[in-house]
Design a protein around this ligand. Structure first.
Ligand SMILES: Nc1ncnc2c1ncn2[C@@H]1O[C@H](COP(=O)(O)OP(=O)(O)OP(=O)(O)O)[C@@H](O)[C@H]1O
Length: 472
């Protein structure tokens, strides 16, 4: 993160940081945590004056500012920054009226976030503004790749490594298959890193995570006015990945209409932004992934056979963790040490019997589940040596403990009374109870609480953000 972006001669160096300006400490805190979780460096300011001071020696890669603050307002700050050529600037405000929004864009805002905002959306907006403003090479310095390496010594993993080595340098499209959490994204990154494209951008998109009506513009970008709410031109993932690699996760879930569009782009090497007339040529290597049986989806008419042929030029099939149990001790020790380092905790070790017990477990969530378990053990296991007993019981569904019975009778009654939103209410209660218990058990330390729950800090921060927003 300390890597500096190239600045024009004589200019103040851009330091790759995202600056947040808001007099509300809570907003700064939640937003900064989410951006840091996304791998970005963040600096917080409570007023425009403090920004002016900092600008004497540094420039941000991007700045997010509130509108109404004591002293200089966010819009005045934006105008100053525009005059000095500093940006991009994203304006955040609870005032979502047309006048404020329009004033922000008129003054040169790159984007506008209406408060309260969804943290994922805020992070995506920041990443998009960065991608639009910085050439691909420089972007890599702002958004570093996680330093995870693919580990494994078992025969199936050695075969995976061999295949990656063989096809990385070619420009062939690759289809990575495997259950959830088996490392499909890591394989895609490894293919990118080992190719001549490594100095350009690696862009990952989870097709299943994006509502189908937004997916097209997410992939191909859109022009200003292309649809309601499209205030300015936005580059899509294809443009962001130009010269590099585009990882399309959960490709099996892509809607048929979009499959047709994607096929045309792959066949012709060019596309139009949504609502656009300019034909854009693209040079992007596609690595697609799916946990589904794509051949079965083709047979069922849910996936285009011709698109499958384009994507499935080389196939890398990742084994489930239970199919390579001999790798479990190696992975577990690695994840335990990594968690200790990341969470600044004393290093523990596994007793030999514990490693044996781990290797016998089934991990439906594969490597991700093992990684989460190790993070949890790094925090909660009492001694320096982790014993088999510390592995704990299987999840509550398996043991059928009392709380599921309590939940059942609550649900039965709520259903009988015809209550609405039962699922949402139950989930909210579940999240709240788990979060409060974990935070209480770890003295309010979010990262430790998240690790103990087996969720990412991102998820925890998001949930805390959600309950904070709801309470307002
Ligand atoms: N062979 C491996 N060595 C080290 N870490 C791994 C390995 N495989 C997976 N992981 C880790 O497990 C987690 C899940 O991996 P990844 O996200 O690549 O899985 P995936 O198959 O893409 O999952 P999904 O299908 O749910 O998107 C990540 O934290 C990754 O770093």
């Amino acid at each position: 993160m300390s890597k500096q972006l190239a600045a024009p001669a004589g200019a103040t160096p851009v330091n790759g940081e995202i600056w947040i300006v808001d007099d509300d400490r809570g907003v700064r805190f939640v937003l900064a945590a989410a951006l840091r979780d996304a791998g970005l460096a963040v600096r917080e300011f409570d007023a425009a004056d403090a920004v002016r001071e900092a600008l004497r020696t540094q420039r941000p890669a991007l700045l997010l500012t509130d509108v109404r603050m004591p002293g200089t307002s966010g819009l005045e700050l934006l105008e100053e920054l525009q005059r000095q050529g500093i940006g991009p600037v994203i304006v955040m405000s609870a005032f979502t009226d047309v006048a404020t929004t329009a004033a922000a864009y008129r003054a040169g805002a790159a984007d506008y976030l209406a408060k309260p905002f969804d943290l994922d959306q805020a992070v995506a907006t920041v990443q998009r503004a960065l991608a639009d403003s910085i050439p691909g090479d420089a972007l890599a310095a702002v958004a570093p790749m996680p330093a995870h390496a693919l580990l494994g010594e078992s025969a199936p993993m050695r075969e995976v490594f061999r295949l990656i080595g063989r096809v990385a340098a070619s420009d062939l499209n690759v289809l990575v298959t495997g259950e959830t959490g088996t490392g499909k994204e890591l394989v895609a990154r490894a293919l990118h890193e080992e190719s001549a494209r490594r100095h350009r951008t690696f862009v990952a998109l989870n097709t299943a995570a994006i509502p189908s009506e937004l997916l097209e513009s997410e992939l191909f970008g859109h022009e200003a006015g292309a649809f309601t709410g499209a205030q300015r031109r936005v580059a899509g993932r294809f443009e962001q990945a130009e010269g590099g690699t585009l990882f399309l996760d959960e490709i099996g879930d892509m809607p048929l209409a979009l499959q047709t569009r994607l096929l045309r782009v792959l066949a012709g090497g060019e596309f139009y932004r949504v609502g656009g007339r300019e034909l854009i040529r693209c040079n992007v290597r596609i690595v697609a992934a799916t946990h589904q049986d794509l051949d079965a989806r083709v047979a069922a008419g849910q996936f285009r056979a011709d698109l499958k042929h384009r994507l499935d030029v080389v196939r890398i099939a990742l084994p489930a963790l239970r199919e390579r149990r001999s790798d479990i001790p190696l992975l577990a020790q690695h994840f335990l040490a990594a968690a200790a380092q990341e969470l600044k905790l004393p290093l523990k070790r596994f007793a030999r019997a514990t490693l044996k017990a781990l290797a016998q477990r089934d991990f439906p969530g594969n490597v991700r589940e093992l990684e989460n378990l190790c993070r949890r053990l790094a925090v909660i296991a009492p001694g320096a040596e982790i014993l088999a007993a510390d592995l704990g019981a299987q999840p509550p569904e398996a043991s059928g403990s009392d709380w599921t019975e309590a939940l059942r009778s609550w649900a039965t009654q709520a259903l009988a009374e015809g209550e609405a939103d039962i699922h949402a209410r139950a989930r909210e209660a579940l999240d709240r109870v788990l979060l409060e218990a974990a935070l209480a058990a770890h003295g309010g330390h979010r990262q430790h609480a998240a690790a103990a729950l087996g969720v990412g800090r991102n998820t925890l921060t998001r949930k805390l953000g959600a309950s904070r927003t709801r309470r307002r």
